[in-house]
Structure formats: C-alpha cells, structure tokens
Design a protein around this ligand. Structure first.
Ligand SMILES: C[S@@+](CC[C@H](N)C(=O)[O-])C[C@H]1O[C@@H](n2cnc3c(N)ncnc32)[C@H](O)[C@@H]1O
Length: 330
C-alpha cells in the first residue's frame, strides 16, 4: 500500500491496488473466467478511464432510470439519513464520480457532524478526480480516497469516526447471492455495532424497461460492454476483433437479474499473448460480462439480517422503481 498525502488540498490517497496488483488480479480473473461455461469476465474491468467516462454517459441516458430514481430518493431522504445515522464519516464503496454523494455530504454537513469522506474505487482516475473535486467543494472536509477492490480489501478501510458506509448505483446487484453474502459479512465484520450501511437497490419490474435500461438506443451501453475487450487487448496483448462481438442484455426470470453478454455470430479464435491463452468461439457463443440483480424488499432485508445488520429504513421513489435501504450493524 502507498499513501500520497497532498495530492490536492485536503486530499489523501491510499493505493491498495498498484498497477502490478491490478495486472496480476486481471490475469488470474481472466484465466478463471474464460474457463467457465459460458465464459465470464468480472465487471470491475469495465472501469478503466474510458469505461468510467462511458458509465457517466450511461447515467444521462433516457432509458437508464436507476441513476435518476436513486438521486430522487436521496434528495428527499438525505436529511433523514443524516439524523438517523449522526455519522461523522461517510465511506463510499464504488464511488465513481461521487455525484449523488454530494446530497449525503450536504445533509451530513448541515447536521454538524461531518468530518471525513472516504471514497473507495477500483478506478484510480475516477477516484482521484472525484476526491479533488469534493475537497474543493467542501473546505475543511478531510477527503481520504482509497484505490481498492471491495471484493478483497474491505478489511483495509480506515477505521476513523462514526461511519455510514454507502454503496450506491445498484452496484450490489453486480454480485451474485453468494458473493453478496460474503461481501455483506466481510463489511459487517469491519464495522462497529451502531455504525450504518446505506445501499441502493434496483427493483424487479417490467422486463421491457429493464432490458432497455441496459440496451439503449444510442448504443452507449454496447460501447461500455465492448470496452472490456479493449481492456484485454491493451493489458494482455490480445488480438480480439472487438466490433465482431454483439452487445446483448437479457432478463433471467429464474435469477431475477439482467445479464449483459458479448456474443459472436461467427466462429472465431482470439489470443491473449500475455497469458499464452487461445480461446475459441462457435457462432452464437457468448461471454457473460455482468449480472445486475434486481431486488425485492423482503429478499434484500433478509440478506442484510443474515449478515448481521438490522434494517432501519426502506425508501423507494414514488413509482417503486428503485430503493435505498438503511441498516445498522449489530
Ligand atoms: C455502477 S458504477 C456506480 C458509480 C456511483 N456509485 C453511482 O452511483 O453512480 C460502479 C462503480 O464501482 C466501481 N467498482 C466496480 N467494481 C469494483 C470493485 N470490485 N471494487 C471497487 N470499486 C469497484 C467502478 O469503478 C464504478 O465507479
């Protein structure tokens, strides 16, 4: 781990994921994922500088309701969240551009408690830009950005103050039920009783709306999806013909998740020379690049209770599209 104080006024940056760590995790994740049937790639590798920018574009698409719905809930409930938690430290997992976070920071600051903000993200470029912007907008706030992987580094989060841990954007849906249980349990074991967890969850709804949210008419989500293949080409010396893979988003009723895929309509073979790996595809084969689970209140609160939290509040937007859940570590 390296720490770089003084990146900009009020910002400290801790790096638990050096480029070498990222590279070795990428190598083992890609080897393991491509050996699955069908092959899979973990969604964290979408978010290089290009992918993080494309995600920001997705949040502005008319079809992508989750961002606006979650923001609407936070606009209405941030004051309540601040008074229920009385947190002085906001830790945010998968913070990205920290855009909606400003609503929480404003409310916590107005409550008079806020001293620290700890954004955590795998994307160093997004984290650095967001940390510096927040520090500039909130003079006196101690901003401690942490470049880390929430799948592996939850035990390394700073232990300062009375914490509210936020996990926004429906990112929890990228974990399958077993991964969610491990994530919630690991996070819980690093929290003190009485600290809080705030999580944004996209809800089960009409299949057409769900699929359109992940397959927009402007093709931005398709570019975001294919970008992971460009990451493999660049990082692992690959020869993937990126544009021959079609973006597919489909609803799995059995799992209640959207599945994003990259599918080839012709047989092909690619090489990742840095891994000495050749992968062959038949026409119609696909790689699963992301799942985005959709939730129901009873299911989400049951998972939280099983992992050692007590649900405190469940807020939805008026149309019941999205929910924000607040729970307390016991
Ligand atoms: C769906 S975006 C959500 C961004 C922001 N929280 C929002 O609500 O708009 C997911 C974010 O989590 C980050 N991320 C994905 N997997 C991660 C991991 N395993 N560890 C840390 N950050 C991760 C990405 O870089 C990205 O910024």
């Amino acid at each position: 781990m390296s720490t770089h104080p003084g990146t900009a006024a009020g910002v400290t940056l801790s790096v638990h994921l050096t480029p070498a760590d990222l590279r070795s995790a990428l190598e083992s994740d890609v080897r393991a994922g491509l050996a699955n049937h069908p092959p899979t790639l973990p969604p964290k590798y979408f978010y290089d500088a290009v992918g993080s920018e494309l995600y920001e574009e997705i949040t502005r698409l008319p079809e992508y309701y989750p961002f606006r719905r979650e923001r609407q809930i936070l606009q209405e409930r941030a004051g309540e969240i601040a008074s229920l938690t009385a947190a002085d430290t906001l830790v945010e997992l998968g913070s990205g551009s920290s855009e909606k976070t400003r609503l929480l920071l404003d409310a916590l600051r107005a409550s008079g408690h806020l001293t620290h903000y700890v954004p955590v993200d795998v994307s160093e470029t997004a984290l650095r830009a967001a940390s510096e912007a927040v520090a500039g907008e909130y003079p006196g706030l101690d901003v401690h950005g942490v470049v880390a992987d929430f799948d592996r580094h939850l035990g390394l989060l700073p232990e300062a103050g009375h914490r509210l841990v936020a996990f926004l954007g429906g990112t929890i849906g990228n974990l399958d039920p077993d991964q969610r249980h491990s994530f919630l349990t690991d996070l819980r074991s690093g929290l003190q009783p009485g600290e809080f967890f705030l999580v944004g969850c996209d809800l089960v709804k009409d299949t057409g709306r769900l699929e359109r949210a992940y397959d927009d008419s402007a093709g931005v989500t398709a570019r975001f999806n294919r970008n992971v293949l460009s990451v493999l080409n660049r990082e692992l010396d690959g020869d993937i013909d990126v544009d021959t893979f079609e973006h597919v988003a489909c609803w799995s009723a059995e799992n209640e998740w959207i599945e994003m895929r990259l599918q080839t309509d012709k047989p092909q073979e690619w090489h990742l020379r840095a891994l000495g790996l050749t992968t062959s595809f038949e026409a119609g084969d696909h790689i699963r690049t992301e799942i985005s689970s959709k939730f129901r209140q009873a299911g989400m609160e049951g998972e939280l209770m099983k992992a050692g939290y007590t649900p405190v509040a469940w807020w939805t937007d008026p149309d019941g599209d999205f929910a924000v859940s607040l729970s307390r570590a016991e």
